[in-house]
Design a binder for this molecule. Structure first.
Ligand code: PGA
Length: 255
């Protein structure tokens, strides 16, 4: 049985002071929560320490939105997996479409980052998803399959089994256009079937596959009630405590 997981991706929003307050409000809102849904937030790097302070006594985990493939060295501007571990991070988002689009990340860079993150004991949240053009050309399966194989090929089965995958159709991110629950479920099932060919049925059944792309309080329950949708990666709606908490509760109601 997979535990539902709702993770906030704060992108390049919130200064450390603002992030401290948002994290505190989320932690307060979850007080007395039964813990059925795992909750995490991924603030910008400079805000992680402040968020960690706000969340220390809470069940909410935190993570980075990216990570260098190198373990350390003369790489100006980069942040290593060991640094994230030292800040108490549990997760690192990797291969987000904005990283692929604006920072030229390829499947092979994402693969190297996965190795670095897994090697430090962090849990990667590997993002995959097709653009509108690719969907309209009927290339969704091919693109998502290539992204998954490119990122995961050669990694040990147990490492893949403890990873989280986020299916985020690029055309649904920040646009208010969400995949219908049926559309999303079809891709999630396909992703799980592909994982089964790589690591076997049992391993694939253990992997949590999140949906991301304009998840809001109003559509979360329908998405999360699908059998292969194990929660969500939330952008815009994770920047307001009340919306984020409502999405977490939508996860609880589908258990
Ligand atoms: P969104 O972003 O919820 O604002 O669409 C999701 C994401 O980019 O992870």
């Amino acid at each position: 049985m997979r535990r539902s997981f709702v993770c906030g991706n704060w992108k390049m929003y919130k200064t450390p002071s603002e992030a401290r307050v948002l994290a505190r409000d989320i932690a307060r809102g979850l007080r007395g929560d039964d813990g059925r849904v795992e909750v995490a937030v991924c603030p910008p790097f400079p805000a992680i320490a402040a968020v960690a302070e706000s969340l220390r006594e809470s069940p909410v985990a935190w993570g980075g939105q990216n990570c260098a493939p190198q373990l350390e060295g003369a790489y100006t501007g980069e942040t290593s997996a060991a640094m994230l571990v030292d800040l108490g991070c549990t997760y690192a988002i990797l291969g987000h479409s904005e990283r692929r689009q604006f920072f030229a990340e390829t499947d092979s860079t994402v693969h190297e980052k996965l190795e670095a993150v897994l090697g430090c004991g962090l849990t990667p949240i590997l993002c995959v998803g097709e653009t509108l053009e690719e969907r309209e050309a009927d290339r969704t399966s091919e693109v998502v399959g290539r992204q998954l194989r490119g990122a995961l090929a050669g990694l040990p089965g147990p490492e893949i089994a403890r990873s989280v995958i986020a299916y985020e159709p690029v055309w649904a991110i920040g646009t208010g256009r969400t995949a219908t629950p049926d559309m999303a479920e079809a891709m999630h099932r396909e992703i799980r079937e592909l994982l089964a060919t790589m690591i076997g049925e049992d391993g694939a059944e253990a992997v949590r596959i999140l949906y991301g792309g304009s998840v809001k309080p109003g559509n979360a329950a329908d998405l999360f009630s699908q059998p292969n949708i194990d929660g969500g990666l939330i952008g815009g709606a994770s920047l307001t405590a009340s919306d984020f908490l409502a999405i977490v509760r939508a996860g609880c109601s589908t258990e």
